[in-house]
Write a protein that binds this ligand. Structure first.
Ligand code: C5P
Length: 220
């Protein structure tokens, strides 16, 4: 049986940074489920479908074949044969993903892929519904959060370091809206699993969060 660690939480809580480092330290595979929803969103944008056209999104999702490969430990998302990693981090794709991820057909398709990956290897999987829906039997479940102003500040620093101009208030507003959409959708919403450990990183460094989770793994 493979071992699985589920890390869920709202946008910008640092899930991917933490999960990536943990995967390297523990020798597990890191599965970034947000990247899959982003690849699906990219397909929807390329098909000229609007976020509110939910029937068209359901149909389009059937034609988007999404698979995952790993190169030197990095997850590569393949959309209909194309490596789309260079295209999925834009604001446009993120905004579409936040809406199209509420679509049931989109979720069912990607959840199947996520479960297949977890069945094959020891994984650290991050997302919104991993502990509650994708892997309800995960060995360790973490709900990683931080208050919205801390999350906005971290995102602001990340973007300005890359030379991208941005406004911290707008970032925080955007984070709050994404959280609302994720938490209020009907199917597999964002919420803390009953058996998940809550880690509030508002006043913690990344290293402190990593040590906390490694201690949980050791005590298993
Ligand atoms: O985590 P990331 O920002 O890359 O995810 C993009 C979008 O995909 C999120 O805004 C969220 O709405 C959605 N998502 C989801 N369920 C997951 C992972 C991501 O609904 N397991």
């Amino acid at each position: 049986m493979s071992f699985s660690i589920a890390i869920d939480g709202p946008a910008g809580a640092g899930k991917s940074t933490i999960a990536k480092t943990l995967a390297r330290k523990l020798g597990y595979i890191y599965v970034d489920t947000g990247a899959m929803y982003r690849a699906m969103a990219l397909y929807i944008i390329r098909e000229n479908i609007k976020p509110e056209e939910s029937d068209k999104i359901s149909i389009a999702s059937k034609n988007a074949n999404i698979t995952i490969e790993y190169h030197k430990g990095e997850q590569i998302v393949i959309l209909n044969g194309e490596n789309v990693n260079p295209f999925i981090r834009s604001e446009e794709v993120g905004n579409m993903a936040s809406v199209s991820s509420a679509n049931k057909e989109v979720r069912l398709k990607l959840v199947e892929l996520q479960r297949q990956l977890a069945a094959k290897a020891d994984v650290i999987m991050d997302g919104r519904d991993i502990g509650t829906y994708v892997l309800p039997e995960a060995d360790i479940k973490i709900y990683l959060t931080a208050n919205s102003s801390v999350r906005a500040k971290r995102r602001y620093e990340e973007l300005t370091q890359k030379g991208i101009q941005c406004n911290i208030e707008e970032i925080e507003q955007d984070i709050i809206e994404r959280d609302k959409r994720d938490s209020n959708r009907e199917f597999a919403p964002l919420k803390q699993a009953r058996d998940a450990v809550l880690v509030d990183s508002s006043n913690m460094t990344a290293d402190e969060v990593i040590d906390t989770i490694i201690n949980l793994v050791k005590s298993e």
